[in-house]
Design a protein around this ligand. Structure first.
Ligand code: SAH
Length: 460
């Protein structure tokens, strides 16, 4: 992040605006709306700027001088002379005053975002100076999403906030209450300007809620293999409304960023031989957070029900009488296959696909090898990096063709995705010589050949 958007309270604060033309006029309008006391310095003014003369705006006719900076908290240099703007910027910076030179980010200590103004609700959009056109396009979209009178809703909510806080002291319960209200009848009435009716509905709902015990809920959410764009809409909705997020090692940073920012984040990840938080403890954590009335998001890599121990977690929740929902996710097998250009089934090459785990327990992989020999069956192995050579050898020994193609995909769907291809007889050595790191998916079967036919490597 190159810039941090902040919302300044400029009411009754002095701001210096250098320039009196069309560019300065645009900035002046914004500053006036924000309630600033604006000192304009310029040898002349366009007519539209003059119209703002009054208690909030004065003008010193002349060129910028250092003394114009006395007592100001913010400076905008908006002349059509880049050198003058640069000089104003340098003078302000010497005094440690925040300065913006219009269209000269190199001379600015802050930049001004595009705005969607539904005061008191404000949305600021910035491309960090890289593409004002893109920022404007995003603004147009947001403008269309937010009804023009959305500010009314914010205003009325603000007026009732303290009252509701007293009636619902529990922060989680209160947050849930507001989420419901801001999407329901209260919001509709407030948007229509029917404040009295809206207030009545809000207070009645609040009284009802305050008299019931709050019980939380657990969402078992499939976070997919890594690329956050692969999250389902339902996953995002529940992630956004959760009070606490318990996540695994394989949940990517990009996915975590889609969760509610102020949620509590609890890492319960498990590396292969390093059980950070044992499963029974995770089960207990889920129950105890829910009992506190919190909405708990249990984020699991891929799909919760595919090698994810989701079944054990919901068994425990059901036994404890905790409400839960399960949201399916794109499993690593699907994600990796799609991003690597390997169809898992194909009319001509594979009529079935089997998901297996290569996890080794006491030196043994417990797999019915004889069921895996049909050339028309694609095999997809999870957790099979360490055991890759053992798996390939066993398959060949039991009779699968040693020339069967194999692809190993590391960190599939993420920008750093890597793919190594070979056959049952060559893949283990290739993978170790490249030094592939977990997590990896191993896909075995003739379908892997299609990747080359589709020239996927050249057309990601
Ligand atoms: N529930 C998960 C699987 C959990 S088991 C799912 O449905 O995907 C963990 C294994 O998944 C890892 O050892 C690895 O084999 C595989 N895996 C998960 N994410 C992956 C990724 N981005 N790329 C490759 N393999 C991945």
């Amino acid at each position: 992040m190159d810039y941090l958007p902040l919302a300044f309270d400029l009411r009754q604060r002095r701001v210096l605006l250098v320039g009196g033309g069309a560019v300065a006029l645009r900035k002046l309008r914004l500053l006036m709306r924000a309630g600033a006391l604006v000192r304009v310095v310029s040898p002349d003014l366009v007519e539209a700027v003059r119209e703002y003369f009054g208690p909030q705006m004065d003008w010193r006719c002349g060129l910028f001088e250092d003394s114009d900076l006395d007592g100001v908290c913010l400076v905008i240099a908006a002349t059509d002379d880049r050198e003058v703007n640069a000089a104003v910027s340098a003078a302000a910076s010497r005094r440690g005053i925040w300065v913006n030179a219009v269209d000269q980010p190199e001379c600015s200590t802050f930049i001004m975002p595009a705005l969607v103004d539904r005061s008191p609700l404000l949305v600021a959009i910035s491309s960090g100076g890289t593409s004002p056109v893109l920022a404007r396009m995003v603004r147009t979209r947001i403008e269309a999403m937010l009804p023009g009178n959305y500010g009314r809703l914010a205003e009325l909510s603000g007026a009732l906030r303290h009252k509701i806080k007293k009636m619902l002291p529990d922060v989680h319960q209160r947050r849930r209450f507001w989420e419901e209200m801001l999407q329901g009848r209260f919001a509709e009435l407030a948007l229509q300007g029917q404040n009295q009716a809206a207030t009545q509905i809000l207070e009645e709902s609040c009284v009802r809620l305050a008299s019931t015990d709050s019980v939380g809920e657990v969402y078992l959410v499939g976070a997919g293999p890594g690329d956050p764009d692969l999250l389902t809409l339902k996953a995002i909705r529940l992630m956004q409304q959760s009070d606490v997020v318990l996540y695994d090692r394989l949940v990517s940073q990009g996915v975590l960023e889609r969760c509610r920012r102020d949620a509590e984040f609890v890492y319960v990840g498990k590396a292969r031989s390093d059980h950070a938080v044992p499963q029974p403890q995770i089960n207990e954590l889920l129950v105890s957070y829910a009992r506190k009335g919190m909405r708990v998001c249990r984020l699991k890599g891929g799909d919760p029900f595919i090698f994810g121990r989701g079944g054990e977690e919901i068994e425990h929740l059901a036994a404890e009488g905790i409400a839960f929902q399960v949201v399916p996710g794109i499993s690593a097998a699907n994600g990796c296959a799609a991003y690597a250009g390997i169809p898992l089934t194909h009319r001509d090459y594979a009529q079935s696909v089997r998901f297996l785990t290569g996890h080794v327990k006491n030196g043994v992989i417990d797999i019915p090898w004889n069921e895996l020999l049909h050339p028309g069956q694609t095999l997809v192995f999870y957790m099979a990096l360490v055991s890759l050579s053992q798996i390939c050898t066993a398959l060949v020994e039991h009779g699968r063709d040693a020339e069967t193609p194999v692809a190993v995909i590391a960190r599939g769907t993420l920008p750093e995705q890597k793919i190594v291809c070979g056959t049952l007889s060559t893949i283990a050595e290739r993978v170790s010589s490249v030094g592939l790191r977990a997590p990896t998916m191993t896909i075995i079967g003739d379908v892997v050949r299609l990747r080359d036919q589709l020239a996927w490597g050249h057309n990601p």
